[in-house]
Design a protein around this ligand. Structure first.
Ligand code: ATP
Ligand code: MG
Length: 479
């Protein structure tokens, strides 16, 4: 099979071809681009392997692209990246690798194309297409990657125990590719992951998290987690999630398997949203359940305060995994904390005040919270699922109606601290905070509308109770 016309569909390849010929260097496009071409999934990133100096080739290619081309050279690694607009090509010299037991950084020597293909992680990632004019478009596939692509199989080119022990990150990559492409991992390869799980210890948590994020971003993150579980990677990378597995019985009454439920919720969220952090919120929403599980004579299995306990577990988990500790963590915490609230607002008799409080606490994340809660209905009882879905739809309507009326989502106090200081001619003090909280509560409870004048009158009345006297020039203190 020749891929000349497929190469020519991208203007980069004729330029690469000419550059390689001019330098007299043997040159191939390799890895992900070739895999995705054969799968009919066009990809932008191009990896090029050069038998000789990848950097020399990159420099000549950048020159050939002319103005606007940008080159980054990584001499330590013998690689270089050239970018111009949408063009993004990475160059590496063909290499042979050997490994030390305590590091995933290999000792590197120059090698042939065949050597370079042997060091690649999976057969489907080890295919190369020649770019030199004499063999332009020729596929070099020493490990039958084409066949594995057709059968949907992830397999290492060499002995999987050695491949994974050399660079254990490849185990996470195996899960990632199997998940993303909907492939199965060959049993011998999967068994080798199980045998080498402990080797994950030499991988930095940043790299692990990068792979985990990629798994979480696929269309089927629940399958990724299941695959991680089947080979022991889940216990290693996410022990708190692994702890949710299993069912306990008391008096013949079992609770549901929290892990199985979590995977359904995660998948439900992934089907409805691409938001990575909402997906993490789904993964962690019940993480507090194993710790809070109790048998109660009246209610059966209960998980008292599991949302709060789960929220508290997140900072150490995020820190260990090197996931971002800023806005992202704050968001996931908020979702985990609030995930029980909407279900309690589905009753007929729920007050507007309770709805305003939820809008206030969730703010602009209310829609995401509703997606999480809607995905959290995983009962096998169809009638029950429909009833909950209807209730949530009604709740969404109520949320919309009250938001339109009271504008709580982006709540800004209609009277701020500075205005209060001026109104009573007082310096910054705790009373101002108390008055502001009182205004907020009065608005959320529907005592006063979310409007400036009403809030100001309310502050004056409340201040009188505290024996605070208005400033003499009260009328001119309006902010
Ligand atoms: P993606 O579409 O996610 O970029 P990719 O296959 O291009 O997929 P990269 O991580 O960009 O994946 O790596 C490019 C190529 O380099 C891979 O196809 C594979 O041949 C090789 N490779 C990358 N990481 C490893 C690794 N840890 N061990 C062996 N080979 C690797
Ligand atoms: Mg790539």
């Amino acid at each position: 099979m020749n891929y000349k016309s497929e190469l020519n569909a991208n203007k980069v390849f004729p330029i690469l071809s000419k550059t390689a010929d001019n330098l007299g260097l043997e040159c191939y496009v390799v890895g992900g681009w070739v895999r995705d071409l054969l799968l009919g999934r066009p990809s932008e990133d191009i990896d090029v392997v050069v038998v000789g100096s990848g950097i020399e080739m990159a420099e000549a290619f950048a020159k050939e692209l002319g103005r606007g081309a940008y080159i980054a050279v990584f001499r330590n690694f013998g690689t270089a990246q050239v970018r111009k607009g949408k063009i993004d090509v990475e160059f590496v010299g063909a290499r042979k690798e050997s490994y030390h037991r305590e590091s995933r950084k290999p000792i590197v020597e120059d090698g042939t194309l065949a050597d370079d293909q042997c060091r690649r992680d999976f057969t489907v990632n080890a295919m190369a297409i020649c770019l030199n004019s004499s063999r332009y478009g020729e596929l070099v596939d020493p490990f039958n990657g084409v066949e594995d692509l057709q059968s949907g199989i992830i397999r290492t080119p060499l002995d999987p125990d050695i491949t994974f022990s050399d660079d254990p990150l490849r185990m996470m990559r195996a899960i990632r590719f199997a998940t993303r492409l909907g492939f199965s991992i060959l049993s011998d390869t999967y068994g080798a992951i199980r045998r080498n799980v402990e080797r994950m210890d030499i991988i930095s948590s940043e790299r692990t998290a990068e792979e985990l994020n990629k798994i979480m971003r696929t269309a089927t993150p629940s399958r990724g987690l299941m695959l991680m579980d089947g080979c022991g990677l889940l216990d290693k990378v996410l022990p708190e999630i692994a702890a949710m597995k299993g069912v306990q019985k008391y008096n013949e009454r079992a609770h549901k398997d929290i892990f199985a439920h979590t995977l359904k919720v995660l998948q439900g969220v992934a089907d409805r949203s691409d938001d990575l952090w909402l997906r993490y919120a789904a993964l962690f929403h019940d993480v507090g359940k194993p710790k809070t599980k109790q048998w109660d004579e009246t209610h059966g299995w209960i998980f008292y305060n599991h949302n709060f306990v789960g929220m508290k577990m997140l900072t150490p988990i995020f820190r260990r995994l090197h996931l971002p500790l800023g806005e992202e963590l704050k968001f996931v915490k908020k979702m985990v904390d609030l995930h029980m609230r909407p279900i309690n607002l589905c009753d007929e008799g729920v007050t507007d005040s309770a709805i305003r409080r939820l809008l206030f606490d969730a703010g602009d994340d209310i829609d995401k919270l509703m997606i999480l809660c809607e995905s959290d209905i995983t009962s096998a009882n169809r009638e029950k699922v429909e009833r909950f879905a209807n209730n949530y739809q009604l709740l969404r309507l109520k949320l919309k109606e009250i938001e339109e009326k009271d504008r709580i989502r982006n709540f800004q106090p209609p009277v701020d601290g500075i205005e209060i200081m001026r109104m009573f001619n007082i310096p910054p003090c705790a009373t101002i905070g108390e008055l502001k909280t009182a205004v907020k509560d009065a608005i959320l409870d529907g005592v006063i509308p979310n409007e400036h004048d009403a809030a100001r009158d309310f502050v004056i009345a409340r201040a009188a109770e505290l024996n605070l006297k208005p400033a003499e020039n009260l009328d001119s203190t309006i902010n």
